[in-house]
Design a protein around this ligand. Structure first.
Ligand code: HEM
Ligand code: NAG
Ligand code: NAG
Ligand code: NAG
Length: 307
């Protein structure tokens, strides 16, 4: 009884974990001019992606931000908030498709408060900025930013992103939704970690993510359920005795061992992640692991009793 409860709990938690583990969206995104960036992040809300390269020698940050307006004809925005977190105080790059010309344009906005969003040059240099429409209906903002010395010294910047439904006649932005995803679209961007993962190649993180995903899928997705099913169903055939037990133990022990490896790569990935913490995923992963450990431990105690 306890086992099947734990098994179904595992299934639920596993389903919650699997989606981010196998979605490697930003790493498969290509650009029309074949621009290459050292790092990419699947931002945690609004289906948005940030590709970036940071050069500490001249504190130059090149970014490509990809997102989809909440309605066709709407806007996307990526911003740095130099002195605070959240929208107020942000220095924003905003892109939209000009409805008359059909060409994607990017403008800069100074967001000094929730009610003051004015087209204006930013508080730092933006030597280069362009926008483009992508074949799937998303937009991309490309920009080169000279990171101010005080932010460069800190090594992390506060980033904010957003999508909106439309743009008025004079280029006035229509306000975005206030759904949970729209209020969560902020975080820190770790310039230095971004830099260090350049040296080992942007691909190593992807490779580790794949290993993490595969190990956990084999462990939680295949071996644990298989072991549980063997105990539950095969055991009822008399001819399968005692083979079912050895099979079951084999499955559970290898599942646990592979799970430990998957968990380890996950923790390593978390510590290396450049700027974004997927806390939900992290806590679920840790909880799942603790539960599995308790279960394995209880089994040993139980087997002591039997013998
Ligand atoms: C017409 C333009 C805009 C208006 C009227 C507007 C208004 C607001 C308001 C009133 C809130 C607070 C909502 C709440 O707490 O319930 C908010 C939140 C937010 N806005 Fe905007 N906004 C606009 C444009 C932008 C742009 C261009 C960005 C892009 C950087 C942005 C990013 C955010 C983010 C990330 C939040 C959630 C975090 C926070 O509360 O600071 N907004 N917006
Ligand atoms: C910063 O340095 C990199 C390479 O060292 C160079 O490609 C880039 O053009 C420089 N950017 C600026 C704004 O000086
Ligand atoms: C942020 O703070 C610095 C130093 O206090 C100030 O010079 C700068 O103007 C501020 N930036 C914005 C956008 O308010
Ligand atoms: C779109 O482009 C036209 C022609 O260049 C310009 O007059 C108009 O202001 C632009 N509209 C917006 C919303 O930027």
């Amino acid at each position: 009884m306890a086992t099947s409860f734990l098994a179904s709990l595992f299934f639920t938690l596993w389903a919650l974990l699997i989606s981010p583990a196998i979605s490697l969206t930003c790493s498969s995104q290509k650009f029309t001019k074949n621009q290459v960036y050292s790092n990419c992040l699947d931002l945690p809300s609004l289906a948005s992606y940030l590709h970036f390269t940071y050069d500490p020698s001249n504190t130059t940050l090149s970014v490509a931000f990809i997102s989809t307006p909440s309605k066709p004809g709407g806007w996307i925005s990526w911003a740095i908030n130099p002195n605070a977190t959240g929208m107020a105080g942000s220095q924003a790059l905003v892109a939209y498709k000009n409805s008359t010309t059909g060409v994607a344009v990017v403008h800069t906005f100074d967001i000094s408060s929730y009610s003051s969003i004015v087209p204006k040059d930013l508080s730092f240099e933006v030597p280069d900025k362009t926008a483009e429409t992508r074949s799937d209906g998303s937009l991309a903002i490309f920009a080169t930013i000279k990171v101010p010395a005080n932010l460069a010294a800190k090594g992390t910047i506060n980033q904010v992103w957003q999508v909106g439904p439309g743009v008025g006649e004079g280029g006035m932005l229509e306000r975005h939704d206030f759904a949970a995803a729209n209020l969560r679209s902020k975080g820190t961007l770790d310039l230095k970690n971004g830099q260090s993962s350049t040296n080992s190649g942007g691909d190593t993180t992807i490779k580790k993510k794949n290993i993490h995903g595969i190990l956990n899928t084999v462990s939680w997705g295949i071996l644990f359920p298989l072991g549980a099913m063997i105990a539950r169903y095969i055991r009822s055939f008399e001819s399968a005795d005692p083979a079912w037990f050895y099979l079951h133990v084999f499955c559970q022990i290898s599942a646990y061992a592979i799970g430990v490896a998957g968990w380890g790569t996950g923790l390593k990935l978390g510590s290396e992640s450049s700027g974004i913490t997927y806390s939900g995923h992290r806590y679920i992963g840790i909880a799942l692991f603790v539960l599995a450990t308790v279960q394995v431990f209880l089994k040993f105690v139980y087997m002591q009793y039997l013998s």
